[in-house]
Structure formats: structure tokens, C-alpha cells
Design a protein around this ligand. Structure first.
Ligand code: HAM
Length: 434
């Protein structure tokens, strides 16, 4: 009986695992440089945690199941809700800001395709405590720093503020479902948004304002203060008579975030008031990262400022964070050719020539490992020729031969696989400094 993998899941070969561990190390290092510490939460959670956050409609996207005691559980689709659950239950007394990051598998019942899996990995952070432009700018800056540290060159950053659309769409006299449909269309850049607005009964000036804000985006250099100012002046003009103190606060907050991004050295950003981030829990600044080379699944990360702690029974607290699509970033890096080639599994391949040499070969390998070398020993009883073929296939740079002659002389023969050069050296000297 042969078994196939579950749909939307992957097996990772050793070479792939090596790339994954490399990227993980790069990201971990970056997050730590900004003062974040790692946390881990369970892979499965009470189903209600995600229903509470995103509504019952979310269940169809989840791996939901009952355990043997009839509890409703699900595999986590993301880590923000689990981390805020953890915070509300156990971490509220930690000094603020509480800066945590995570890396782990997430599960979504989606139609699999390249870059979209049912099991995928997210690397993300949550910044708990501060609220406003300083916190927002830091979150964006860390996400960018992680991508830069990995060497990704082609990606786009979109930054917006959900508060503007929320206030405009929220003021429509329309049922919740019609409003949800509008957000979906805005998120997808749907050309029939105007028709949907008319169908939702949006009066002319408000409908115009929503459509204009949904499409108000411009690439600016954060250091170019007048370009930033122009973008926000135009946004105010687009909102027109629908302006409220809430919308003004959202716009001036976002302008300040853009200004701070310049201090973080961010060279370019697309200010985009049409970023709606699905129907999730965001309430403030929102951002998305895209790698255009990836085609349909080009979104490599996203996040923003949100309110969840109160929903989970906690006190109100500022929260901002993001999740990076680890698998997609790796794909993008591979497309750009910046993933380091896999290292060979060992530096030395020790080959006992003849059975009497086996125990001394194992001993030699142990001594080499004790001084820090990565060492493999032939376990197949192959002769030197075959053993060298094997070492060459795996890219192991040096083969160490130990036969009767070497044992008698207290030496080893080292073959450099690249140059073909062969040396005979005293075993003691070799194991002291291989
Ligand atoms: P999200 O946008 O749903 O945000 O997911 C973050 C990233 O995970 C996406 O940008 C994408 O790169 C990756 N991703 C999502 N679904 C899949 C999939 N099926 N296969 C491969 N990659 C995928 C969140 O999950 C929020 N928790 C982010 C956040 C943190 N907001 C605040 N804090």
C-alpha cells in the first residue's frame, strides 16, 4: 500500500530544508536586532478563537475538528489571534512594549497552487503596548529589514490606513453584508466597485469619495516631504465633504508614519488608501508586501495595527504586527537566484579500506568531530573508488582513506576531490587541525 501526501502539503528534501533553515536564521537574526524575542504557541487552538476574530464564515477556510471529548478545535490559520490570546491570559504584566516574534506552520483549507498551500509557514511579530505612527513605522521597518537581510530585491511595499475606508463605508446606510462585499471589491481592485456602490445606495458624494479613496495610491519617497504632503492633500480633497475628525486623524497619522519611515532608511513606499486587508481585525495602519515575480500568489507579507485584546477579554492595548509568507519569500528569492547553494553534508568522508580498518576509521572520525569537523564514514563497505564517487555526488570536498598501509605507518591519506591531489599525513597531526 502506497500513500500520497495530503493535498496542499509538501515534503522537504534535505537541500530544501537547508535553504529553509538558512532563511529562518536570517529572519530570526533580523527580528532580534530590533529587540524582539521568540514565542511559540500550539499548532491547534479552540475553534472559537478564530470565529471570534473573523466571524463564523471563517470556518470553511479552517481545518476544524472535534477531539475525543467533543471539543471544537482547529489548526491555526495564523498566529496573531493565538499570540494575543497568550498575551491576554499570561503576559499582560510584562513590561511594555512587549515585542514578540514567531515562526511556525499555519493551515488554511485553500485551493492549492504554486505559492498557495494548505500547510505553510509564517514568520511574524506582534508589538504590544505602543500605538500610533512610531509603532506602525517600526513594524514596517522590521518587515523590510528582514526581506533586505535575505537579499530580496524585487518587492513592493503598500501602506495605507484602514480607518479612512472604514469611516466612509461605515457611514453608508447599507446592510453589513453589502459593506463586506464593498471591502472585498476594494481589496481586489474590482472595476465594478462603482456599480456596487450604487447598488448599496451610496449617495453621490459619498460614493465618489469611497471610489476615489479606494484608488488613491502613489509611489513616494518618504524622504521627499513635499511629495508626501501632496499625497495627503489629494486624499483630503478626495474625501471632500465626507471628512470627519476620525478620517483626518487617520490621514495625519499615516503621514507621520511615512515621515518616520524615512528615518528608518526606507527609500520608497506606495502609499495606498485602498489596502483593505480582507475583512480582518485591522483598525489602523495596514500594509502589504508583494513580490511581482510570483504572479497570482505575489503577496509575501502583510500586517497592520489592530484591536483584538479586548475581544479576548483583555484591557485595550496598542497592537501592531505582521506575518511574512515564509514559503513565498523563499520562492521569490529562488527566482532572483539569491538563495545560497546547499552546503555538502560533511567536510570529510572517511573510508576504511578493508574490514580491519573499520574500528580505527570510526575512531578517527570521532576525533575529527571532537575538534568540530563535520564527518561522515562509509557504512556500505565500498572500496575507495566507489566511495569517492559517492563523496563526489554529495559534494563532500575531502575523502580520508585509512587502510593497512596507513594503519601501519600511523598516517591517513587525504584526497582533495576538487584538485585530485592526494597527501599522506600523520594521523595525530591531522586530527589536531584537520
Ligand atoms: P495574512 O496576510 O493572512 O496575515 O498572511 C500573511 C502572509 O502569509 C501572506 O502575506 C502570505 O504571504 C502568507 N500566506 C497566507 N496564506 C498562505 C498560503 N495558503 N500559502 C502560502 N502562504 C500563505 C496574517 O495572517 C496576519 N496574522 C498578519 C498579522 C500579524 N497582522 C498583524 N499581525
Amino acid at each position: 500500500m502506497r500513500f500520497e501526501r495530503a493535498r496542499g502539503t509538501r515534503d522537504f528534501r534535505p537541500e530544501e530544508m537547508e535553504k529553509r533553515r538558512w532563511l529562518e536564521g536570517v529572519f530570526r537574526g533580523t527580528f532580534r536586532r530590533y529587540g524582539y524575542r521568540e514565542v511559540q504557541t500550539p499548532t491547534f487552538e479552540p475553534l472559537a478563537l478564530f470565529e471570534e476574530k473573523s466571524g463564523p464564515g471563517v470556518v470553511k477556510e479552517l481545518y476544524a475538528f472535534k477531539d475525543k471529548a467533543d471539543r471544537d478545535l482547529c489548526l491555526r490559520p495564523e498566529l496573531t489571534a493565538p499570540v494575543i490570546r497568550f498575551y491576554v491570559n499570561e503576559l499582560t504584566h510584562e513590561p511594555k512594549p512587549l515585542k514578540v516574534f514567531y515562526f511556525g506552520p499555519c493551515y488554511r483549507y485553500e485551493e492549492p497552487q504554486e505559492g498557495r498551500y494548505r500547510e505553510f509557514w509564517q514568520f511574524g511579530l506582534e508589538l504590544i503596548g505602543p500605538e500610533g505612527p512610531a509603532a506602525d513605522a517600526e513594524a514596517i521597518a522590521v518587515a523590510l529589514a528582514a526581506l533586505r537581510a535575505a537579499g530580496l530585491r524585487r518587492f513592493v511595499l503598500h501602506v495605507g490606513h484602514i480607518g479612512v475606508l472604514r469611516a466612509l463605508v461605515g457611514s453608508l446606510d447599507a446592510p453589513a453584508e453589502a459593506k463586506a462585499d464593498l471591502y472585498r471589491r476594494i481589496d481586489k481592485d474590482d472595476p465594478s466597485l462603482r456599480d456596487a456602490l450604487a447598488a448599496a445606495g451610496a449617495p453621490q458624494p459619498l460614493g465618489d469619495a469611497i471610489a476615489a479613496i479606494a484608488g488613491h495610491r502613489r509611489v513616494v519617497k518618504p524622504a521627499d516631504a513635499s511629495a508626501v504632503r501632496r499625497f495627503f492633500d489629494d486624499a483630503r480633497a478626495a474625501v471632500g465633504r465626507a471628512m470627519t475628525p476620525g478620517i483626518e486623524a487617520a490621514l495625519s497619522g499615516l503621514a507621520e508614519t511615512a515621515r518616520l519611515l524615512a528615518a528608518y532608511g526606507v527609500e520608497e513606499v506606495e502609499l495606498d488608501l485602498g489596502v483593505a486587508r480582507g475583512l480582518d481585525y485591522y483598525t489602523g495602519m495596514v500594509f502589504e508586501l508583494e513580490a511581482p515575480d510570483l504572479g497570482a500568489q505575489k503577496q509575501i507579507g502583510g500586517g497592520g495595527a489592530y484591536t483584538l485584546a479586548q475581544l479576548f477579554g483583555g484591557e485595550p492595548v496598542g497592537t501592531v504586527g505582521f506575518g511574512l509568507g515564509f514559503d513565498r519569500i523563499l520562492l521569490a528569492l529562488e527566482k532572483e537566484g539569491v538563495v545560497p547553494p546547499p552546503a555538502p553534508p560533511a567536510e570529510y568522508y572517511v573510508v576504511p579500506v578493508g574490514e580491519p580498518a573499520r574500528a580505527p576509521a570510526l575512531h578517527l572520525a570521532q576525533r575529527l568531530r571532537e575538534v568540530g569537523a563535520r564527518v561522515d564514514v562509509d557504512l556500505m563497505g565500498r572500496g575507495p573508488g566507489k566511495a569517492m564517487q559517492y563523496a563526489s555526488k554529495l559534494g563532500i570536498p575531502k575523502v580520508v582513506l585509512l587502510g593497512e598501509k596507513e594503519l601501519a605507518a600511523g598516517t591517513v591519506t587525504i584526497k582533495d576531490m576538487a584538485s585530485g591531489e592526494q597527501r599522506n599525513v600523520p594521523a595525530d597531526e591531522f586530527t589536531r587541525a584537520p
